[in-house]
Design a protein around this ligand. Structure first.
Ligand SMILES: *Cc1c(COP(=O)(O)O)cnc(C)c1O
Length: 472
């Protein structure tokens, strides 16, 4: 493609993107296609000759767009957000043009040094003390894996890396049942084993782990000859937003010299608002904390902010310097590939820099405050409605509810049917979880372009569809 053609289509892509985002609210939120529908409409073999870009854009609109679920839709209240914003889109475009591989300092010094700087901005923004060093990981899953590998090696005096795990003491990791499945996955990949992930019971309105039960489990494990290695605390669990009492958990972890990792993937972004920081009290004592600006801080996937107290423990665990990756004749830099599992790294700091500078911290806080306020507002309405039951929350901007009209039986099946109808309807998109053995509908507010009216319109749709369902 020559420069002028590239320019034409780059402009076209920019116009397409602005039009898409301006009109996304008119589309059904969740894709309405059946499985296999998109696949069948695509040619079975690749083209031998190049095709014009106009044909590609036509097929983008015709074949691909009907199969998209619109995560940037103002009435997307499913899962957790994967939000973005115009400055982040622009930065991602520039990042794509640069297409730099930022694995070493010298493969792009500005990418490394900007990352160090914006991660320190983020540290200040969420109120973590100086002394934590930050790195951008590809995902919270990747950060949690890096943390648990570090915890493993710390507990084994780095013998696991050298000798492998066979013949080593059996390690134990502690977490509540509310932590994300990425913890289970990391425990597997780290060779610790499912059976050594010990579940600590939860209690209280925040569904946080009971520190006394944690203490008892660690003591019992030690007595039984296990080697306790780490605690994973959750700050805003994925199911219903559970928050562990981090201060008390950290005290137990410190007493037993265990590594403490805090998974704040979703809720961490809200910590830029000082009034919500009660939830993270004690996190300054953690060894590691991750949160995802790519969830709720208006920055594109992938951007997971991982803070560690002792970067040397992390790089001793993951850093490998083969001769072809050595930087000769330079000192005083970091090579972030030594902080993570993958070697290759996108230039991820640029979008964060664009977002933070373009909005300013106060405007970012205002958006998150609105989301939390609207979720509270909605929760009051749900609780006040005779046919609905507020099941959990709101914890920050996440609540769960179910439809429970008088006289109805099998509420799990009724709510599953209601949810399917809501999502087929297209005005909004919600997802489910199980809480205390019951099927519940989750509702989280966190999209960049969401307004209070969108939240209330979704609630109107829920009530209307529930009424129709009841009427048969
Ligand atoms: C979303 C989520 C994760 C996983 O995040 P990825 O960045 O997709 O790996 C982990 N923990 C919690 C609490 C989450 O909500």
């Amino acid at each position: 493609m020559d420069d002028e053609t590239f320019r034409t289509w780059a402009h076209r892509a920019a116009d397409w993107s602005v039009d898409y985002l301006a009109g996304v609210g008119e589309r059904p939120v969740r894709a309405q296609v059946a499985p296999g529908e998109v696949y069948r409409r695509l040619p079975a073999a690749p083209p031998d000759a190049g095709e014009p870009m106009a044909a590609l854009f036509e097929d983008l609109d015709r074949l691909i767009m009907p199969g998209m679920t619109h995560w940037q839709h103002p009435r997307f209240f499913a899962y957790f957000p994967a939000n973005a914003s115009p400055p982040s889109v622009v930065a991602e475009f520039v990042t794509a043009a640069l297409a730099a591989q930022c694995m070493l300092w010298q493969t792009s010094p500005a990418a490394t040094e900007l990352e160090t700087r914006v991660m320190d901005w983020l540290r200040q923004m969420i109120g973590l003390p100086a002394g934590f060093a930050g790195v951008i990981q590809d995902s919270a899953s990747g950060a949690t894996l890096a943390a648990l590998l570090t915890a493993r090696e710390r507990a084994l005096g780095w013998a696991g890396n050298l000798e492998g795990l066979s013949g080593q003491p059996r390690l134990r990791v502690y977490a509540s049942a509310e932590v994300h499945s990425s913890v289970d996955k990391a425990v597997r990949i780290a060779g610790i084993g499912d059976a050594n992930l010990v579940r600590i019971p939860v209690a209280g309105p925040l569904h946080g782990m009971d520190p006394a039960a944690l203490e008892a489990a660690i003591r019992a494990d030690r007595a039984a000859g296990f080697r306790p290695a780490a605690v994973v605390a959750c700050l805003g669990g994925t199911s219903i937003g559970a928050c562990d009492p981090i201060e008390a958990v950290a005290e137990v972890a410190r007493r037993h010299d265990l590594f403490l990792h805090v998974d704040a993937a979703w809720a961490g972004s809200a910590m830029i608002c000082p009034e919500f920081r009660d939830l993270m009290r004690g996190a300054e004592a953690a060894d590691s904390l991750v949160f995802n600006p790519h969830k709720w801080l208006f920055t594109h996937f992938d951007c997971s902010a991982h803070f560690v107290r002792d970067p040397k423990a992390l790089t001793d665990t993951l850093g490998i310097r083969p001769p072809f990756l050595r930087t000769l004749g330079q000192e005083g830099f970091v090579d972030y590939n030594e902080w993570s599992v993958p070697l290759g790294r996108r230039f991820r700091a640029l979008k964060l820099w664009f977002v933070i500078r373009s909005y300013g911290v106060e405007a970012l806080r205002a958006m998150i405050r609105d989301h939390v306020a609207w979720a509270r507002d909605l929760a009051e309405r749900v609780a006040a409605h005779p046919d609905f039951e507020l099941v959990t929350g709101p914890i920050l901007s996440l609540l769960s509810f179910r439809y429970a009209p008088r006289g109805a039986d099998d509420l799990d099946a009724l709510n599953a049917r209601l949810l399917a109808r809501i999502n087929d309807d297209g005005r909004t998109y919600l997802t489910q979880t199980r809480h205390d053995g019951r099927f519940v509908i989750r509702f989280q507010v966190g999209q960049t372009s969401t307004t209070r009216d969108d939240v209330m319109a979704a609630w109107d749709a829920v009530r209307e569809i529930a009424g129709e369902l009841r009427a048969g």
